[in-house]
Ligand binder design. Structure first.
Ligand code: NAP
Length: 249
């Protein structure tokens, strides 16, 4: 590769797999993490941690580090970094591709309610008359449920939340992957009657949906936010092929 490294904007399992695949091919890779979680799973290759300071600063970083191309492999709900990457790549004049895993789709027996955002998810709990909800939406959006003193919540996230939590709750600090048996036990033990999730997609956290379906429980699913225009691929192999194609372009 004639210019510098490929910059992978990460924080996902797919980003780590892509870093490993490209590293294995001998491609220089730098992965970028936001620095949100206390003990991140680190990809192979070079890693930088922390925000860039906005799109212009990211463009400067790209130029200074002679980045050849950017793969935006951030989480489907990480909106700002994707918008920032699109702008930064336009400024810096480097190609960008979005690697985004497919969302989940309901199957036979699923009782899903799709909502636009976390505020709508909080309202949907009222519509379902849920009394004991399992919140798996991550710690950043928990404020949407903070004022709900009328029901009990099992709140699961990787690191302790920094926002107020609902009055009646139990906090469970854990990180996937999860099993259907384990998720089922959790639902039974806590007598959960509704599950709230983002449409994160992927296999690592899908078990809760299967366990909910097995019990006939409703699931409130937050839709993904819109994305900047540009090329999108949906798996690691396609992203790796996109990078390899740059070498012969
Ligand atoms: P966000 O709202 O889109 O980004 C907020 C700011 O954090 C960005 O403007 C950027 O700061 C910085 N940032 C985010 N991702 C970065 C990265 N990979 N490298 C360097 N800086 C980054 O992001 P978020 O929703 O807080 O998610 C943060 C990270 O956690 C992402 O990398 C994402 O892949 C991962 N993650 C998110 C979720 C989720 O549900 N949102 C779930 C699992 C993992 P500057 O403007 O200063 O550059």
């Amino acid at each position: 590769m004639s210019r510098g490294a490929i910059l992978i904007l990460g924080g996902t399992a797919e980003a780590r797999s892509l870093a490993a695949a490209l590293h294995g091919d001998g491609v220089a890779v730098t992965s970028s993490l936001a620095g949100r979680v206390a003990r991140p799973r680190l990809p192979v290759g070079d890693v930088r941690i922390g925000g860039f300071g906005g799109p212009e600063a990211m463009a400067t970083w790209i130029g200074e580090h002679r980045v050849r191309a950017v793969v935006d492999a951030t989480h489907p709900f990480a909106e700002r970094i994707s918008a920032s990457a699109a702008r930064a790549c336009a400024i810096a004049g480097v190609p960008r591709v979005r690697l985004e895993r497919p969302g989940w789709t309901p199957g036979r027996g699923d009782r899903w309610t799709w909502v636009a955002d976390l505020d709508a998810a909080a309202r949907a709990l009222d519509d379902l008359a849920a009394r004991r909800a399992f919140l798996t939406t991550g710690r950043q959006g928990l404020a949407a449920f903070a004022a709900d003193a009328g029901r009990w919540f099992l709140v699961r996230c990787v690191d302790p939340p920094e926002v107020p939590l609902p009055r009646h709750h139990e906090l469970l600090l854990d990180r996937g992957p999860y099993t259907v048996a384990g998720e089922g036990s959790l639902l039974d033990e806590h007598r959960i009657d509704a599950v709230v999730t983002k449409d994160s997609g992927g296999p690592l956290t899908v078990a809760k949906l299967t366990a909910a379906r097995d019990r006939g429980l409703p699931v409130i699913v937050v839709r993904r936010p819109p994305r900047p225009d540009g090329d999108t691929v949906h798996d690691v192999a396609a992203a790796a092929a996109w990078v390899r194609a740059l070498a012969v372009a």
